[in-house]
Design a protein around this ligand. Sequence first.
Ligand code: 4AD
Length: 667
Amino acid sequence: MTDENAIAAAAATLKTIVGLDDKNAKDLATKPERVEDLLALFAKYNVGECAAREVKVMLYNVWTKVKSADHRDVVARYILNHKLNTTQKVDAAIRFVNGLKDSHVDGSALEAECGVGVHLSKETVGNLVQKALLKEDPQSLKTAWDKNPNMLLGTMRRFTELRWAEVDDIKAALDELVPGLIAGVQVKVQPKKVVAPTAPTADKDIPQCPRNDKYLEVAQGRPRTPIGDLAQHAEHSCVYICGWAHRVRHQSRMSFVVLRDGSGFVQCVFDGATEPFHRESAIAIRGTIKAEPKARAELQPPLEVHVEEYAIIGGSDGSIETIVTAESSIDKLLDQRHLVLRGTITSSVMKVRHEILRALREHMWAKRYYEVTPPTLVQTQCEGGSTLFEFLYYGETAYLTQSSQLYLETCNASLGNVFCVLPSFRAEKSKTKRHLSEYTHFEVEYDVCTFEDMLNNLEDMICSLFDTVVARAGELVALVNPSQLIDPNGSKTDPKNYKLCPKRPFRRLPYADAIKFCNEHGIINPETGADFKFGEDITDQPERAMVALMGEIVFMTHFPAEMKSFYMQRDPKDNTLTESVDVLAPGVGEIVGGSMRMYNYAELMEAYKRENLDPTTYYWYTELRKFGGAPHGGFGLGIERLIVWMLDLDSVKEACLFPRYMGRCKP
Ligand code: 4AD
């Protein structure tokens, strides 16, 4: 016989004698010594083709999970004399013997631990369930039942007396008893017949993968396992998962589906025909975990879930295949953003965004800074009139906030250092890769500090943010931005393996030196077509060119006062300059803007006059200088720009859920 024929013959034997499914049989058949060992075990106990399938599966589980041959023999004997007669009891026995330090097995301890000899009739189960239910408060019972009947199943399983009861019997008793108890009536137990799941309509000759129309029944009382946690479960354990069909491959007798929930992706194998559901259908599955190195793929663990029963919770229209394609234009993709968000890359970007916000908040909380939530509907401007969104607020002029900074300053005297994470709005009349009309603004305000303190804190925050995000979500960062890895096969969670890992101390570049740098490196002012002159704004494009040449994060400082906002503190060494900073990152340019704030009352009044601002609307801000003004400062970080830097995205539009920019306010 050729090798291939030998493998096919071994697979057939494993299927008939051992009762393995196609896949397990084929996998095992490629390892002749293992096949021999397994068949020897079955021969030793005279277990042939005609033995009950459950017994064969139990023995197979013992063979795969029990390491010691002596222990294996003991458990096998208990199975064959039907003392261990449910998967639950066998699993308990496997755990018991695997926990022993030597080959001796104390039979009575095993029997006590594994429910040997315990048989609970349906009626007993009903009575025990009734007893357990009566201990529950009827109101909590009702709440739990209305929310999810399976929660009660979990509660029942915690009753020691019900430990070895059949799940279906407990379920049947709950179905009988709970509605009556909730209504204040106790009913006698009438164990319900367990109805077999309805078979899908299809060709009778093709084996069908079991399907159930009621998705809650698929769980059989198991809690839902997040897909991302599957790798922590033992092989062969039975789990209940729900998610969306991310990729679907149907064959006549088998389907392979990558199922996705927020926590991860996993390959599910449907053995037998399924109804031909489409990608993005919502599906509930009860299945068994099998190790499968070949299943390892981008964000997928090396395991499969072999489906025992499934339900389509919500079908998906076949048109899903044509709505978004590789050829779709950017506008079309943005119109379909609600679907694009389900993609591997876009959902990864959103997860990294979450980790960024989490890490920033944690960094602030660790320093015991207070998070506050200033209003976003305001009547003052913070960053110049040209980008204000104005609207009529009950007959008065109001604006969508450009920055929460002024309000953060009001909190310093009561809460100390504070921060906020809120939307800011800018009526930007440009559609560049870094401008949104609404963006998420992370702003910090220090109550008393020097400019140097502020820069050091900022440097600290950026470095710790990078380290934390890479440690927690490096797989995702590397998936979206693979070219940043120094060693593509090295650790994705080690910040040192990332080219963009910020190096301390950050380069500090006064504005005057930045002008010189541009002129020395041939970066011209696109507005004038000539070299930059002191006092000119280094706009988006030359700014990015400059940082690209530097190849690292830069603190650009000391901007001339006339280029910056009214509230900025002057440089004590040169009154024409401000104590201000823009943090510039390669690929995107400015990601943070910050400064020290004027804290002298008279100086601030002068600044309003110069900028033509009506001081009466700012009375609450000015008065901070009247009642205990202190040297202080802070900064604002644009979350979307930070994400563009970290993930090397093409635009800030890809870094938020539903981007808002000139010309787009939908969906
Ligand atoms: O430099 P900006 O205008 O500074 C302020 O608003 C200060 N009041 C913040 C403070 O000190 N609390 O904006 C701060 C950051 C920018 O560096 C940029 O990252 C982001 O906000 N940003 C934008 N992000 C996306 N789209 C826009 N249109 C943005 N405008 C600013």
